[in-house]
Design a protein around this ligand. Structure first.
Ligand code: B12
Ligand code: SF4
Ligand code: SF4
Length: 309
């Protein structure tokens, strides 16, 4: 067995030990095709007011700018599909935000993962990323053979759908590479496009971020959501899962086993009236470890006000 093969096996075993559901590896290289797609997305203003998406273009398309001497990009997926559902009276919250903030949960796993790689393999330079860094995570997951990019823009796995977080480890270690899935298993389906409440899904797997409910309810920092969107949110208060809920591949979703993603009871049970009555103090206490913090108390109140009939 070659050293690359031995190290690859070890990394895939470590991924499973840390509770990741998928692990795939791609050769670290410049993403020229994606650079064109990203550039066009930005030029069309589909990022709305998410100015951070304009920053670090060179880093986003070239892993060796993030880790000097980068050889491999390891992609790890963590399932967040919950067993529990929200009550009918609750304002809708995206499933990814039911439990503790995934950034913290995954970051600590990645840290330990790198330490263990160094202990077991020898000196490996690398960095772990989840979400907030300039890394095209969906592209790397696709290149690592884990799934395909659906018409709804999400990375979809054939075995268990798309309710997964994506994390990447960029390392200066030569490994064995997985083959990208060449095929697209969306076929003639257009359910996500038809059902998106704000028509944010364009052709060619392009998402108009500036029209997505997730953008309006989480990323938009303005005091008001534009009137043109009124009555379109279908009771989504934080994020939106519609294009994944309607995706036939998500009938294969299995409940996650991550204790940290156990739903916060208030998310499942509070009615819109309960939310309206909530004070800032209770919000800060109940959601201190939750992704809802990103929208802040004022953002949640703004969203509640906007979805009110
Ligand atoms: C900005 C952002 C948003 C914005 C903009 C959305 C968007 N589509 O870009 C907003 C706030 C709207 C958003 C919403 C959501 N997001 Co978001 N978001 C991001 C972030 C930070 C950057 C994405 C980005 O680079 N966008 C720029 C566009 C141009 O890139 P892209 O959409 O990733 O598409 C690339 C590839 O798909 C590729 N591509 C397209 N077609 C094809 C075809 C082939 C063959 C290939 C090879 C490549 C390819 O082209 C693009 C550029 O290369 C990533 C984290 C990260 N660092 O990657 C999370 C991320 C994409 N989001 C995630 C999630 C979970 C969501 C939501 C589901 C949350 C929710 N429930 O509310 C929604 C889903 C909306 C949707 N349908 O996409 C997950 C996706 C997990 C998955 N299974 O795919 C990520 C990866 C975060 C994470 N670490 O887990 N998000
Ligand atoms: S998350 Fe909701 S608003 Fe955004 S693209 Fe999907 S269905 Fe449309
Ligand atoms: S709903 Fe249909 S078109 Fe959309 S991502 Fe899923 S399979 Fe593809």
């Amino acid at each position: 067995m070659s050293t690359a093969e031995k190290n690859t096996n070890l990394i895939k075993a470590l991924a499973a030990n840390y509770g990741f559901d998928y692990c795939g590896i791609a050769k670290a290289q410049r993403l020229d095709e994606d650079a064109r797609r990203l550039e066009s997305w930005l030029n069309k203003g589909l990022h709305g007011s998410m100015q951070y998406m304009e920053n670090h273009f060179d880093l986003r398309i070239d892993p060796s700018k993030l880790v000097p001497g980068a050889r491999s990009v390891i992609t790890l997926l963590l399932n967040y599909f919950p067993e529990q559902k929200q009550s009918e009276a609750a304002p809708k919250i995206s499933k990814y935000a039911f439990g503790n903030d995934y950034h913290e949960v995954i970051r600590s796993k990645l840290k330990l993962f790198l330490v263990e790689m160094n202990e077991q393999i020898g000196e490996v330079h690398g960095r772990g990323f989840v979400d907030s860094a300039p890394v095209l995570e969906r592209t790397w997951a696709q290149k690592a053979g884990i799934g395909w990019i659906g018409k709804n823009g999400n990375l979809i796995t054939k075995q268990s759908g798309s309710f997964f977080f994506i994390a990447t480890l960029i390392v200066d270690l030569e490994l064995e590479y997985d083959n990208a899935i060449a095929k697209d298993y969306c076929g003639t389906c257009t359910k996500c496009i038809d059902e998106c409440p704000t028509d944010a899904i364009l052709s060619d797997k392009i998402i108009d971020g500036s029209k997505c409910i997730s953008y309006f309810t989480i990323e938009l920092k303005d005091a008001l959501i534009p009137d043109a969107q009124k009555d379109k949110f279908d009771n989504w208060m934080f994020g939106c899962d519609t294009c994944q809920d309607v995706c036939p591949w998500n009938r294969f979703s299995k409940s996650n086993n991550e204790i940290a993603f156990t739903p916060i009871p208030e998310i499942l049970n509070l009615s819109t009236n309960d939310w309206e009555a909530m004070t800032e103090e209770s919000f800060k206490t109940i959601f201190k470890n939750s992704p809802l913090k990103r929208a802040k108390f004022e953002g949640i109140k703004r969203n509640l006000n906007f979805i009110k009939k």
